[in-house]
Design a protein around this ligand. Structure first.
Ligand SMILES: [Zn+2]
Length: 303
């Protein structure tokens, strides 16, 4: 799946940024005892010197003020680091949502492909997120969540790749092949190939089959697939195109209304439009085309 690699890169990117934030916070924290020891040591020396010279007290006060200032800076840096970690935790939540969408798509594909439940597991446990009270998230927990998410994307991506190849393999999924008529209880009014132009302008090459229909009749997908076009095309009027994978695309023209959008997954026999007479048409009918790897073919061999 094309989704797979960008998500991977995103996770790798997040991991690097979290590494930097955590390393920075760790370095600041580990300096803290050193700063305190240095201040104490300096104070001790100053006191000792003060006992001899009589000017130590002012120096101790100055050192204490300096130490307090450093402490404030330290707290500010730690707060900033924690804010960055919290922001990254929120990003993990967004990734989780994307993972859920990916899983939902996988389930729909598995449904269309009629695979047994359990053969492909799209119900992997979810690691982070939720509606609980907001709290600081320890960096170790965040790293573990990212690892888990990474594994989950790995699994989902691999399963979707397998599903995709199985779904669009014509031997394993006959449903994806154009194999039924686009309109129920109808008959062919015009065949594929050279014919007289219905507008009386000589002969023309008819690139599909015309089925008799009444305006408003349900136009049905002849096989499972993904809607690759839904809109108006010159001559075709309101038209739907479905990509069935394996190089096959079907086209349903002259509709009065469209019921699907680009990207919709449709099943064989699902209504995708209402018949009509839009575009270059002399009356209500369904003009149906089948394309095989970019070349228009006679639909009859599929029906
Ligand atoms: Zn036609």
């Amino acid at each position: 799946m094309t989704l797979h690699n960008p998500l991977h890169n995103l996770i790798a990117n997040l991991r690097t940024r979290i590494g930097h934030a955590v390393d920075h916070a760790g370095a600041v924290a580990s300096r803290q005892p050193l700063v305190a020891a240095t201040v104490l040591l300096a104070a001790g020396i100053a006191l000792g010197a003060g006992a001899r010279t009589g000017v130590g007290f002012a120096q101790v006060t100055m050192l204490q003020a300096h130490a307090a200032e450093q402490q404030e800076q330290l707290v500010a840096v730690q707060r900033q680091a924690q804010q960055e970690i919290n922001a990254l935790a929120a990003r993990v939540g967004e990734l989780q949502a994307q993972a859920n969408r990916l899983n939902a798509l996988g389930e729909r594909l598995a449904h269309v492909g009629k695979f047994d439940d359990g053969e492909f597991d799209f119900q992997a446990p979810v690691g982070v997120g939720g509606e609980g009270p907001v709290r600081d998230m320890p960096s170790a927990e965040l790293r573990a969540s990212l690892d888990q998410l990474d594994t989950q994307f790995d699994a989902s991506g691999a399963q979707l790749s397998v599903l995709e190849s199985l779904l669009f393999n014509q031997k394993l999924d006959r449903e994806a092949m154009p194999s039924r008529t686009p309109i129920a209880g109808s008959y062919i009014t015009s065949r594929f190939g050279r014919r007289a132009d219905p507008f009386g302008r000589g002969s023309q090459y008819h690139r599909g089959i015309d089925f008799h229909a009444n305006t408003g009749d349900p136009v049905l997908a002849v096989g499972s697939g993904v809607v690759s076009y839904a809109g108006v095309r010159s001559g075709y009027g309101k038209v739907v195109e479905i990509d069935h994978g394996n190089g096959y695309v079907t086209r349903y023209a002259h509709n009065s209304g469209l019921l699907v959008h680009v990207g919709d997954l449709v099943r064989a026999g699902q209504q995708v439009a209402r018949a009509g007479s839009t575009g270059r048409s002399t009356g209500a009918h369904v003009h149906f085309e089948v394309w095989d790897r970019g070349r228009v073919v006679d639909p009859r061999k599929f029906l």
